[in-house]
Write a protein that binds this ligand. Structure first.
Ligand code: ADP
Ligand code: G6P
Length: 478
């Protein structure tokens, strides 16, 4: 898929985080989030050099290897973490790119540090990458890297993939450094987005702020005194999962037993409802809890019949909006159980921690209903994982229209999470859905996930990147 060229992955976080155990020893743990879930199976197969941060501040980690990956850690100081990662990446870009659900903050010192850290990543890649390598830069934390890298190493083919939405031009326009971000991205040969709306928004934004005209699904970067014009492909490539690998875990007898055990431990409720999300304000957890609380209060569902398990993975815990969210969610959980629970019976089980893959799959298998109700989400792989795991073709997916996954998973119960009455109606419908309708819908969801699985996605995206690499060898286009 790379035509014999070296593949270099670049992301803010390495696919593994370094953790210090209680006895002072250190170990590696899979990093949180969909980026790693999607990309790891591809690089396990292809091998790569991966440049990224090892997850703790002020720590120098030597390069190391895992399987076919060589990992090259980039060091971030405590101040880098505060200004570049928590500040500009997660206090400015994340909310701006997710429909300003939280208020983005614009601070010049955050931006300055974002530039500095992006330069550090670009320099590290420039040092490490082999001649003519393909460099694949990931996500919003590193949008300046493509252009910086092109200056440092014109021999490289540069691909960028945005795992989160790209905002409409009228929102992106708020960003004081909007032109610089677009110029940074246009340093790539190929820019991949999750949805067609993201790609269209980017092409319009590029035209508006850099006067680079859009032509079909490309953007033409005009010639300058010392450089010919270039064509950048800016197109959607919806990300996916290794569906067969999830299905294989779901077939294992001990995982199926564990699913049964989970139901028993929860008191064998008639309906087990599940939510699995990073504890992030984009995920619509508050709306979901409000709907559940009202259903219990109205008596539309009986607390004796249902248990809702909400897994909330710890995330970005020092960023203010995340702290507030955690406080609010935890107060609401207490209130719901206080009002509707009984001795030995809690209608809501809240778990603030990470799990191994097998346990996640057992949870998916145990759940009659999965609630995926983000207010905005680039894709949402949890929805796809649920479908991939339901080899029994049972279970109901309630899915927000505002998740990228809704483009493909048309047979989910699609909801607008802002419409609490609509959400309540979907939950009731899901809880009572006849088995035959479950089967028909789940069959269609599984077909969609298996059709566009991670290797289909990688072949499409890397195919486009390889074509760009080959046309560069022929000579600059335009
Ligand atoms: P995001 O990238 O915003 O976190 P996604 O739904 O696209 O959202 O991806 C989340 C990924 O993280 C999925 O692969 C999911 O299985 C995994 N995940 C989420 N919560 C947990 C958890 N508590 N323990 C282990 N893995 C988790
Ligand atoms: C999402 C983002 C990733 C990010 C992940 C976890 O999936 O798209 O870029 O790595 O969340 O967030 P964190 O801030 O912990 O890296």
């Amino acid at each position: 898929m790379t035509g014999g060229r070296e593949l270099v992955m670049v992301s803010n976080r390495l696919p593994v985080d370094r953790v210090v155990n209680e006895d002072g020893s250190t170990s590696w743990r899979t990093s949180p989030g969909g980026l790693v879930t999607a990309v790891e199976p591809i690089v396990e197969q292809l091998g790569c050099l991966w440049v990224g941060w090892a997850g703790s501040a002020d720590e120098r980690v030597d390069p190391f290897e895992i399987g076919s990956m060589r990992l090259a850690p980039v060091e971030l100081s405590e101040e880098d973490v505060e200004l570049y990662y928590e500040g500009f990446s997660n206090g400015t870009l994340w909310p701006l790119y997710h429909d300003v659900i939280a208020q983005p903050e614009y601070h010049r010192e955050w931006w300055d540090r974002y530039r500095q850290v992006n330069r550090r990543f670009a320099e590290r890649v420039a040092q490490e990458a082999a001649e003519d390598a393909i460099v694949w830069v990931h996500d919003y934390q590193l949008q300046l890297v493509p252009a910086l890298l092109r200056q440092l190493r014109p021999d490289l083919t540069i691909a960028f993939f945005l795992h989160i939405p790209f905002p409409p031009s009228r929102l992106f326009a708020q960003l004081p450094w909007r032109k610089r971000i677009v110029e940074g991205l246009l340093g790539a040969d190929v820019i991949g987005f999750q949805q067609v709306t993201d790609a269209v928004a980017f092409r319009m934004t590029a035209e508006r702020f850099t006067r680079a005209p859009a032509l079909g699904n490309t953007v033409v970067v005009p010639a300058t005194a010392d450089r010919p014009s270039r064509t950048v492909l800016a197109q959607e490539f919806p990300i996916s999962i290794d569906a067969a690998a999830f299905a294989a875990v779901a077939e294992r007898p001990e995982v199926r037993r564990r699913a049964q055990e989970i139901r028993e431990e929860l008191g064998n409720p008639k309906t087990l409802m599940l939510g699995i999300d990073r504890l992030d304000y984009t995920k619509g957890i508050r709306h979901r809890l409000k709907a559940y609380n009202e259903l219990l209060a109205d008596g539309e569902i009986d607390a004796a019949d249902i248990v809702f398990v909400q897994v909330a993975t710890p995330s970005r815990e020092r960023v203010e909006a995340y702290r507030q969210l955690r406080d609010e969610v935890e107060v609401t959980v207490g209130r719901i159980n206080g009002e509707h629970g009984a001795i030995g019976r809690a209608p809501l089980v809240y778990l603030h921690r990470g799990y191994q893959r097998d346990e996640m799959v057992a949870l998916y298998l145990a759940a009659d209903v999965l609630l995926v109700t983000p207010l905005r989400d680039g894709m949402n792989l949890v929805a796809k994982e649920y479908a991939a795991c339901r080899v029994d073709e049972q279970g109901v997916l309630v899915l927000s229209e505002f998740a990228g996954a809704a483009d493909e998973l048309r047979d989910a119960l699609l909801v607008n999470p802002h419409d609490i009455e609509g959400l309540k109606a979907a939950i009731v419908r899901a809880a009572h859905m006849p088995k035959e309708e479950q089967r028909r819908r789940m069959h269609s969801l599984r077909r969609a996930v298996h059709h566009n699985d991670v290797s289909h996605w990688a072949a499409g995206y890397l195919g486009a990147v390889q074509a760009a690499a080959e046309s560069r060898q022929v000579g600059p286009s335009g």
